[in-house]
Design a protein around this ligand. Sequence first.
Ligand code: CAA
Ligand code: FAD
Length: 379
Amino acid sequence: MDFKLTEEQLMIQQAARDFAQTELLPGVIERDEKQIFPAEQVKKLGELGFLGMMVDPQYGGSGLDSVSYVLAMEEIAKVDASAAVVMSVNNSLVCAGLEKYANEEQKQKYLKPLASGEVIGAFCLSEPEAGSDATSQKTTAIDMGDYYLLNGTKNWITNGGTASYYIVIAHTHPEKKHKGINAFIVEKGWEGFEIGLKEQKMGIRGSDTHSLMFTDVKVPKANRIGEDGFGFTFAMNVLNGGRIGIASQALGIAQGAYELALKYAKERKAFGTEIINHQAIAFKLADMATHISAARMLCFKAAAEKDAGQDISISGAMAKLYASQTAMDTTVEAVQIHGGNGYVKEYHVERMMRDAKITQIYEGTSEIQKIVISRGISK
Ligand code: CAA
Ligand code: FAD
């Protein structure tokens, strides 16, 4: 087992680190406060090849491995978790799903601009009455011969207002339960496709989350992904990989908060010494460093297994479950180590604490990860 990163992986990590420091750090507090989408920064991420990292260069991607993706996600999320989720959705839900399952025509038309970062995409599974229980969704796409007629509402869609292309999961044969679900590529601007108001969120406030309403939207037959009835398997397989992205986002949030807390603990004095010399503070930092290291190993393991073509349903879920708990615990303690300063915006850790919470909810809650893991290990 080789724990050494390759030259290429180190270069990607450094490029993401530099980008985060120079382009994301300035303005991150204001974007959070005013819920400003990092449009310019996302455009630059695309130009640098960070929006289609694992996609084959023939489709506009960077052709990198998944470990490089984990490294880059960590660096971006360390500074700006909102930019990181835009990156994660585009890379591991939208581009990865299209590269693996779309046909050549769909790849040429949709994957190329998405992977090169010319446009961004969204992945639309959740509904008002169907989040964790994804098969109980109500959106329908009825076969009308040349096209499908799409009706329904999707909730909480990341990149909902800013995307150009949307992968929408819908029932075509509701009586067949999950075997009657399909995935479609839908374009912004199609008649009957309406974008709801932007959600006012606790964290990742720079990201753009909307409901989407579909009323008699005509979706060409050519825009169905895969064979008839493949949609639920598509969504589950894509989410297995997506969970590595969110695990890496959580890892980055944790690492960012830990680094700030460590620095602060070495500088801040109380009772005549730097607070790191108080064992209660030092032990918190020791716990943080240990959990972060374990979370990183789980992310690398899932990423390496993905690149080796193995089933990553369990390892992806484990990485997300553990890294998101680590992000939550670490950010709460980072605020504590900062004392009163931890409670104000300019020290960053309060934002990180709010950002951390979502990693335990989206792309499958922690309870759902335990269902996936327990079903997997009992097989
Ligand atoms: N990988 C591959 N296939 C899977 C799978 C997995 N992880 N989990 C289930 N499946 C398959 C099963 O094998 C089964 O297929 P077959 O009948 O062909 O064998 C089918 O899916 C149905 O499985 P279950 O009977 O287990 O289904 P269920 O209804 O009991 O529960 C679930 C399935 C795992 C709970 C699933 O509904 C789930 O993952 N829910 C969470 C949804 C989710 O993660 N949403 C995220 C939305 S995207 C997002 O959030 C993006 C963002 O924030 C940025
Ligand atoms: P529910 O499913 O109603 O769950 C409520 C609680 O019950 C949770 O604690 C859950 O863990 C628990 N629970 C439910 N079922 C079980 C069970 N069987 N056993 C034990 N506990 C259970 N979705 C998309 O499709 N695309 C996106 O881009 C996207 N982005 C998002 C961005 C944000 C900011 C947010 C908040 C959500 C986003 N989501 C997106 C939706 C997200 O995936 C769902 O919120 C999530 O899957 C949970 O679904 P729910 O909110 O309906 O909660």
